[in-house]
Design a protein around this ligand. Structure first.
Ligand SMILES: [Zn+2]
Length: 206
């Protein structure tokens, strides 16, 4: 890509460093910003700079937070004895959206992945084990994605907890409501069978 302006080239280059943004998309976004009022670009830069400078991670659950303790951990109505182990903030948001969970979270910051060079020491696993060792946690719910990395991470944590009294569970991998059983992938289907719940419990009165 030939640029008539070094400033334009730099902006496009920086934008194209983002995931899923190729050079063409980057150019489109940069040209869009140039067409918009200057204040819009200023607000964007300000928000990004503030994000990097002021963001912190909750000292208890490691979720992205504005304070030392996040809103969930500092809410007295939440049950700190039930801890849901997730990969990142997107999972916290997804589970919070269901409105079904009143416990705490523990955000690992990723999954163990030898291919991507992510080991247990890169994640907040030691902090999780330390938290369980305090005796304040009754149950850990593993809610990592159903992938090889997710399963490896669950198993690694599970092994670390040997000898510590804590109940562990994993979320049931259900068949999406309305989907035909035959369209479910075998892992989903298999886990749904293994994690079956009593039929009466599955009945919903509408
Ligand atoms: Zn927290």
């Amino acid at each position: 890509m030939e640029f008539s302006s070094k400033l334009l080239e730099n902006a496009v280059y920086e934008m194209s460093q983002l995931p899923g943004i190729g050079k063409r998309t980057a150019l489109r976004l940069v040209l869009h910003l140039l067409k918009r009022p200057e204040t819009q670009t200023a607000q964007l830069s300000k928000a990004l700079t503030a994000l990097r400078e002021d963001i912190c991670f909750c000292s208890n659950c490691h979720n992205i937070s504005d304070q030392e303790l996040c809103e969930i951990c500092s809410n007295p109505k939440r049950d700190e004895a039930t801890v849901c182990v997730v990969e990142d903030i997107r999972d916290v948001m997804a589970i919070e959206n269901t409105g079904q969970f009143v416990g705490h979270y523990h955000v690992l910051g990723g999954k163990i992945s030898p291919i991507e060079g992510v080991g247990p020491q890169d994640l907040s696993i030691a902090q999780l084990v330390a938290k369980v060792k305090t005796g304040k946690v009754n149950e850990l719910i593993f809610a990592l994605s159903a992938t090889m990395e997710g399963d490896t991470t669950n198993f690694y944590i599970y092994k670390q907890l040997q000898g510590i009294e804590v109940k562990t569970s994993t979320i049931a991998r259900g068949i999406p409501v309305g989907d035909e059983l035959e369209y479910a992938d075998e892992v989903t289907l298999g886990r749904s069978i293994v994690n079956r719940i009593p039929f009466e419990g599955s009945l919903r009165i509408s």
